[in-house]
Design a protein around this ligand. Structure first.
Ligand code: MRU
Length: 364
């Protein structure tokens, strides 16, 4: 996607040295656009853990490159297995992280150590390219949902939560891909952007990238969505996912479940968009079994913003002696999900629906 007319991906290799990894430092957005160069396993692992890079599909691609950086230091089998585990431990909920590392290891275990760096970079590039292509396809499959909601003289109102745009993937995004596709096709639309406390991925990232593409949008407090739905101001909800069970339960940023409940109460379609790398085929009960990342209390007790003088400041917003809890994700049970949008098409949020699109998974 483009920033001020220049095409970007959210991860790429340094064109000069051909091996170090560049990401956009998402902790600096929306205040400044800063490119971060990752040269070691530890720098890449830190970038994932600290959310300088984030979003389920992007975490997978960066994890693949993190393993390449590790292989440059030591390509022995013992080191490779150890380093993959270390990278996998950075964030627990998005299954794309484990999926990408497993795919890398499957490719690399049968590769001689001397060839592992080259083979690893080739596989990581494939993972990144496939993610971009799959997300573009999600956009094409989601487009009819937005077109169907169009009324003459009225913008289609789509509500989204967190950031499931191109910043959260290698390109295009998941939930935002149908939105970009519809916007590019000339559909009159408007996006309600949940601010997404505590880290404000909606306010800081989704609003920023929609704005850079020229998509009309309005940032709203997380608690406003139900009110808008009650008053007919939301035509459909599209969110991304960090892990989807084989039965269609969807883990996504904390607060997604509440939006699904409000959508059901108001007959608003609630769609989850994700590439197949986000499906955990080993899980049947997502609500019980998807691990939920617990993040530091300071993300709740503090807020960061830009002061009038342009400086960035972090301040405490909670009384000094109050504790805070910070589960980063919740799981929306499949019964509240109208359907799933994948790179192979749309389906019901059920095991049967997913297996119709992915028949090769029937025996897993
Ligand atoms: O904690 P984050 O910012 O990595 O969480 C991201 C989300 O919850 C996204 O909505 C999800 O990864 C879908 S990404 C295309």
């Amino acid at each position: 996607m483009k920033i001020d007319g220049i095409a970007y991906r959210s991860v790429w290799l340094d064109p000069g040295d051909g091996w170090s990894v560049h990401i956009l430092d998402q902790t600096k957005l929306p205040w400044s656009l800063e490119v971060l160069r990752l040269a070691t396993r530890d720098e890449a692992a830190h970038a994932i853990k600290s959310m300088q890079t984030r979003g389920a599909p992007l975490i997978g691609a960066v994890a693949a490159y993190a393993l390449c950086l590790a292989l440059r230091a030591d390509a022995s089998t013992e080191a490779m297995e150890r380093d993959a585990e270390l990278i996998a431990a950075t964030r627990p909920t998005a299954v794309n992280l484990r999926w990408a590392l497993d795919r890398m290891l499957t490719r690399l275990r049968n590769t001689p150590a001397a060839e592992r760096v080259a083979v690893g970079y080739a596989e990581a590039a494939l993972i990144a390219d496939e993610d971009a292509a799959q997300n573009a396809s999600i956009g094409r499959h989601g487009l009819p949902l937005i077109e169907a909601a169009a009324r003459p003289g009225q913008a289609v109102n789509v509500l989204t939560h967190c950031n499931a745009g191109w910043l959260a993937t290698v390109d295009w995004g998941t939930a935002l891909s149908p939105i970009y596709t519809a916007f590019n096709a000339g559909v009159d639309l408007h996006v309600w952007v949940d601010e997404t406390r505590p880290r404000n991925q909606g306010a800081a990232l989704t609003a920023w990238e929609l704005g850079k593409h020229g998509v009309p949008h309005t940032v709203v407090a997380d608690n406003a969505g139900g009110h808008f739905m009650q008053h007919g101001m939301v035509d459909l909800v599209i969110v991304g996912a960090d892990r989807v069970s084989r039965t269609g339960d969807a883990a996504n940023k904390i607060g997604t479940y509440l939006k699904a409940l409000a959508a059901r109460d108001n007959d608003v379609p609630f769609w989850v968009a994700m590439p197949s790398s986000t499906i955990d085929w080993t899980l049947s009960d997502g609500v019980a079994n998807i691990p939920i990342e617990q993040r530091p209390a300071t993300e709740v007790t503090e807020m960061t913003g830009r002061l009038d003088d342009g400086s960035i400041a972090t301040m405490r917003i909670v009384a000094a002696d109050s504790a805070a809890a910070n589960p980063a994700f919740d799981v929306t049970p499949s019964r509240l999900v109208t359907g799933l949008i994948t790179e192979r098409g749309r389906c019901a949020a059920t095991e049967a629906g997913l297996l119709e699109l992915f028949p090769e998974r029937r025996s897993v």
